[in-house]
Ligand binder design. Structure first.
Ligand code: SF4
Length: 607
């Protein structure tokens, strides 16, 4: 098939059996690749009620038809599994160079099944595929292990690796790659850890068939030219995602002290301009990227180097913890990356603990003697390590804020900022109804990247609760994740503002299949509905109540900052859901109707 590696690799870790099969053409037609393949194989192959940390769960790693080709940002890889954090669908996107090597090895997906009896790593060099002993690497941080593999095998090998967080099965452990890129959310690293797979190292030399080489080159060049001509290119490349830090602070979206406010009085110290001047030493990008958003930084204070911090980490491990020193945030970033922890969930968990401490729910007896106030940098560093080792207070925090707060009670549930058990990423949504709805209905929990709707809130009126906003969120949810399906980066479209229609001839030249964006959005909708069905299949009573946001956003207005005194009323939260379900063609409890499933060709799959 043009645009595809052509094979699915299955690795049964229990038996050690490694097999390849043809990438199914009908699945490629209906789900295209990447996140679509993940959703399909998860629903079809992971049995109902499977323990996310048991042998029946699978880790599905997929590239897309764009991956590894000369299309801007064609370096995104999807990791799908049943989440040990939420019990629902997890899909984490990772940039870098890993996905290109999957394609060059003649593969589209790697499916890890079962549980290995001992620590292993998966070695792939074209058709030489082996499970190798990983005893010598077990217990080590991600950065050291990746460096050892590069030294031993060569720079051309790409490495995806877990840290102690994954080994110790922290439900929000991530998978690291390229010394600073992560498949971050939903605990994909914990699933890899429980399967005892320390790393996947991969290198391939095969070519990827494309339908029309000349048209592909022309369309690729047009896309690169559009990026080069974009007026925002220089600023984006200078600051990367930290370009939004000051804006978020100004409009009250910067999570501050466990999301109790959206503006931080010391926020200026964390702005992109400060970071650039103070710690950034160079830019770093993914495969084929003309607009590298990665910032490689050096902290003199801590004598360390890290890729980052990017906006999400600045929000969650900076302002959300009352920390205003960009070097301290960079160091926390490094510690979390090396331990293999998602900085978003870890930052939330520590913020929750700090708020519990400041409100007397925790005393020093609970915090291992630490004065766990907001702003305590050393305590933050210490807790990152303890979470990854499940030690002391870290053991509780490692469970995620939903379970930890249910365990502790005493009103701490109100400080737990999550949807469906996934900690909220770095946009405070006290008065930004589209963004709030985007979090409420996101397919993995409170994650921003499906529908980044906060700019639309500011554009049309942040407190409006109108069908147009709901329609915008749904359109974004159907469209934006298509980049994860295609195996490429959305930021050239989002940030540089290049014309999305430029992708159409490129994709047609690659696959030989003509599809419009309307066609692709239909695939996006199909995946959205399938994953909703997965949530319902795996969780008794799943429905509207699962879509409610953290109470903080409808019960408690910020006492300071740009959103001081502002809140979204609970009646409006439900009105948003009513409109959302109706526009999605779902019933009043938020479940896809049989008619909708039929219209999306899902009836047979979910029957
Ligand atoms: Fe990677 Fe950033 Fe470039 Fe996207 S914009 S491909 S995330 S470096």
């Amino acid at each position: 098939m043009n645009g595809y590696g052509g094979k699915i690799l299955r690795v049964n870790l229990t038996t050690g059996k490694i097999t390849k099969e043809q990438t199914p053409a009908d699945v490629a037609r209906d789900f295209i690749g990447g996140r679509g393949f993940g959703a399909y194989f998860l629903y079809k192959e992971v049995p109902q009620g499977a323990d996310p940390l048991g042998p029946d769960n699978k880790l599905i790693i997929s590239s897309g038809p764009m991956s590894g080709l000369m299309i801007p940002g064609a370096g995104k890889c999807d990791f799908t599994t049943k989440s040990p954090l939420t019990g629902g669908y997890a899909s984490a996107s990772m940039g870098g160079h890993f996905t290109a090597e999957i394609k060059y090895a003649g593969l589209d997906s790697i499916i890890l099944e079962g549980i290995s009896p001992k620590p292993v790593y998966l070695f792939i060099n074209d058709d030489k595929i082996e499970l190798r002993d990983a005893k010598e690497f077990w217990g080590m941080g991600t950065i050291s292990v990746e460096k050892q593999f590069k030294d031993k095998l060569g720079e051309e090998y790409q490495v995806a690796v877990i840290g102690p967080g994954g080994e110790n099965v922290v439900p929000y452990a991530c998978i690291n790659h390229d010394f600073g890129r992560q498949a971050g959310r939903g605990g994909v690293g914990a699933v890899m850890g429980v399967k005892k797979v320390k790393a996947i190292v991969i290198h391939g030399t095969k070519s990827i068939p494309v339908s029309d080489t000349t048209a592909y080159r022309q369309a690729g060049k047009a896309l690169y030219k559009a990026c080069k001509d974009a007026s925002f290119l220089a600023e984006w490349t200078r600051y990367g995602t930290t370009v939004v830090t000051s804006w978020c602070d100004e409009v009250g979206a910067l999570p501050t002290r466990n999301f109790s406010a959206g503006s931080f009085e010391d926020g200026k110290n964390l702005y992109g301009s400060v970071m650039r001047d103070k710690i950034v030493i160079t830019d770093k990008g993914c495969f084929g990227c003309p607009s590298p958003c990665g910032k490689y930084s050096r902290s003199k204070k801590y004598s360390s180097y890290v890729e980052g911090p990017e906006y999400e980490t600045i929000g969650l491990m900076g302002s959300n913890l009352g920390i205003s020193d960009i070097e301290a945030v960079a160091q926390a970033n490094l510690l979390a990356d090396d331990a293999g922890l998602d900085t978003i969930s870890a930052g939330n968990a520590i913020g929750w603990a700090m708020e519990c401490y400041e409100n007397g729910i925790f005393t020093k007896t609970d915090t291992d003697g630490v004065d766990l106030r907001f702003g305590n940098v050393e305590a933050t560093f210490e807790l990152i390590g303890k979470i990854s080792r499940k030690e002391g207070l870290g053991a509780l925090l490692s469970e995620g804020v939903k379970k930890a707060s249910q365990k502790i009670g005493k009103g701490s549930e109100k400080f737990a900022i999550h949807v469906k058990g996934m900690e909220q990423s770095a946009y405070a949504t006290h008065n930004a109804t589209a963004m709030l709805l985007a979090y409420m209905t996101c397919d993995v929990g409170a994650h921003h990247n499906r529908a980044w709707a906060i700019t639309y809130d500011l554009q049309v009126g942040r407190d409006l609760v109108v069908p147009e906003k709901v329609a915008r969120v749904i359109w974004l949810q159907n469209f934006r994740p298509m980049f994860d399906v295609l195996g490429g980066c959305r930021l050239q479209w989002v940030e540089l503002g290049i014309d999305r229609d430029l992708y159409i001839p490129a994709l047609e030249a690659i696959t030989g299949i003509h599809r419009t964006w309307v066609d692709y959005e239909k695939v996006g909708e199909r995946i959205w509905n399938l994953t909703r069905m997965f949530w319902a299949r795996e969780n008794n009573g799943f429905g509207r109540s699962w879509d409610l946001p953290a109470p903080r956003f409808y019960e408690e207005a910020p006492k300071s900052g740009a959103t001081k005194g502002q809140i979204t009323k609970i009646e409006d939260v439900h009105r948003l859901l009513d409109m959302y379900y109706e526009q999605r063609g779902w019933n009043k409890d938020g479940m896809p109707t049989p008619e909708r499933l039929s219209a999306l060709n899902l009836a047979e799959l979910v029957a």
